[in-house]
Design a protein around this ligand. Structure first.
Ligand code: AMP
Length: 524
């Protein structure tokens, strides 16, 4: 079972249907996409000597070549490593080192970042190839390669997720995992007909790229915005230009699209489904989204370790039959997708009764086989056959899961996970920083924003620009705190562990009295 066979099938059944649009412009029909990816697959093997299981990293903005390269790698039995394009060069270096990628495809906009990343690497530096205009490159000049047979459990995609340890880990997703996700999508998340399309305003390195696969399975089209990113005006124009559009969006994208005031009847005619997830959506925002978009919303809950496939809140449960339960349903993340089993467990791993809050555990064909080269982290996440998600939640009588908190302390800003520890470690590099705790604070547009509580050594004075600079040197821009609050000491329990709950109250009080951000450290 090779996931690339879905493209071969589509090229046979619907050779002349457009497979990829860039904006409104058709780029490749199915037979062309299949042919390009088969030629590139041949080039990767013949020209670069890559063999089954070798890793190929993609540090690319969203563009049509992204899709051709994913399928080319799978066809050749290679493992793709899609990298979040917003990461810092040091973070990219870690992913290249950890995955042992032999080759990196880079779009022109990111070539300087990748050059910096190579300088930070500890291991053998991979070969870097330009990804723009891939169909005209030397690689695409080879004769089409036959599809490489792989085992269903062989890795296809290393999905790097930030970890509590501060370094990202590669969840190993196999061809079977991606096939299971595909069946789950087509049976429960959305129906897809050949004339439909999926828009990619969200990064192809994450959920949107995962969702490209069911749309190839259904022989529908992929639409990559010309800007390669989310732009509300551009997205509205694409909804007017195409029919049967679905797209994946983090809750913040849904709210930003609503706030832009660009959605009317013409856009709704093109819109089939918005699949939202990746972070919590507030009930009031969901209600407003139903007014703006109509009953075209589906929520999913997943994580890199079980991509897009833990629960689903289908469009039918976004309806209001007047039972007084709509807010409860919208506040939940839906029920377990049919392809997984889900249970709520206490600290001892025993299942808890309905209504009790515990850790969400999942198992099924979509769950990763482990983290790449990291048996310790794998052992912690996969125990007795169950994926321990690190999310806390409870199930109601009707099987709906409501997430209560995240035991991993993660901040989700703009649908992207930020692990406090990663930011804390960077701020602690400052010689005058004694202690630091990084928290998420609710934000109307971004879901949450990053706030750092800092205690300073010897009553020193720290200018926030020094802390900003440290962050810019080590981590991605989106992880940098928006506010710094300075304290003489941070509240701790008897073991010396910083009490984040108490700190949240202190931060709220400080903001109420001081009126917000403190630019320089001060005591009081
Ligand atoms: P990632 O691995 O980057 O996809 O992040 C996965 C994490 O995002 C999950 O473990 C949850 O904490 C959170 N998450 C994903 N989907 C939802 C959702 N629908 N509602 C609330 N949190 C979510």
């Amino acid at each position: 079972m090779n996931i690339a066979s879905l493209l071969i099938r589509a090229a046979k059944v619907r050779p002349d249907r457009v497979a990829v649009f860039e904006g409104e412009r058709p780029v490749w029909r199915y037979r062309e996409l299949a042919s390009h990816s088969a030629r590139i697959a041949a080039g990767l093997v013949a020209r670069h000597g890559l063999g089954p299981g070798d890793r190929v990293a993609l540090v690319m903005r969203n563009c049509p070549a992204y899709l051709a390269l994913l399928f080319a790698c799978w066809r050749a039995g290679l493992v793709t490593v899609p990298v979040n394009a917003k990461l810092h060069a040091r973070e990219i270096a870690h992913i290249l080192d950890d995955s042992g990628a032999s080759l990196v495809f880079v779009t022109a906009d990111l070539s300087a970042t990748v050059a910096d990343a190579l300088g930070f690497m500890q291991q053998r530096v991979p070969l870097v190839l330009p990804a723009d205009e891939i169909e005209a490159s030397e690689l695409a000049g080879f004769d089409e390669a036959a599809q490489r047979e792989v085992e269903a459990g062989d890795p296809a995609w290393l999905f790097y997720t930030s970890g509590t340890t501060g370094r990202s880990k590669g969840a190993v997703l196999s061809h079977r995992n991606l096939m299971a996700m595909t069946s789950g999508y087509l049976s429960e998340v959305d129906h897809v007909a050949p004339g439909d399309c999926i828009l990619h305003p969200a990064p192809l390195s994450h959920g949107s790229g995962i969702y490209a696969i069911p749309h190839v399975a259904a022989m529908a089209a992929q639409v990559v915005p010309e800007s390669g990113r989310f732009d509300p005006v551009e997205l509205a124009a694409l909804l007017r230009a195409h029919r049967g559009c679905a797209f994946f969006a983090a809750p913040t994208i849904v709210t930003r699209l609503m706030n832009a005031g660009v959605i009317g009847d013409a856009e709704r005619r093109g819109l089939k489904t918005i699949i939202y997830g990746g972070g919590p959506m507030y009930v009031e925002d969901s209600r407003r989204a139903l007014e703006v978009f109509g009953q075209r919303l589906v929520q999913i809950y997943g994580q890199g370790e079980s991509p897009m496939t833990i629960t689903v809140l289908p469009r039918s449960l976004h309806a209001d039959p007047g039972d007084g339960q709509l807010d409860h349903r919208l506040g939940s993340v839906g029920y377990a997708q049919a392809i997984v089993s889900l249970r709520i467990a206490g600290e001892d791993g025993q299942s808890l009764p309905t209504g009790a809050v515990g850790e969400v555990l999942v198992r099924g064909d979509s769950v990763m086989s482990g983290y790449w080269n990291n048996p310790q982290a794998t052992g912690a996440a996969l125990r007795d056959g169950w994926l321990h998600t690190g999310d806390l939640g409870s199930l109601d009588e009707g099987g709906l899961l409501t997430l209560k908190d995240r035991s991993k302390d993660v901040i989700i800003s703009g649908g992207v996970n930020i692990y406090p520890r990663e930011v804390e470690e960077v701020l602690l590099r400052h010689p005058d920083v004694a202690e630091v705790a990084v928290l998420g604070r609710r934000h109307a547009d971004w879901g949450e924003e990053v706030v750092a509580a800092v205690s300073v050594r010897n009553r020193a004075t720290i200018d926030r620009t020094e802390l900003d600079r440290l962050c810019d040197e080590h981590i991605a821009r989106f992880k940098r705190p928006k506010h710094y609050l300075f304290f003489e000491a941070l509240p701790k329990n008897s073991y010396g562990k910083i009490l984040k709950t108490e700190l949240r109250t202190l931060v709220a009080d400080r903001e109420a009295t001081a009126g917000g951000d403190a630019g320089k450290s001060g005591h009081g």
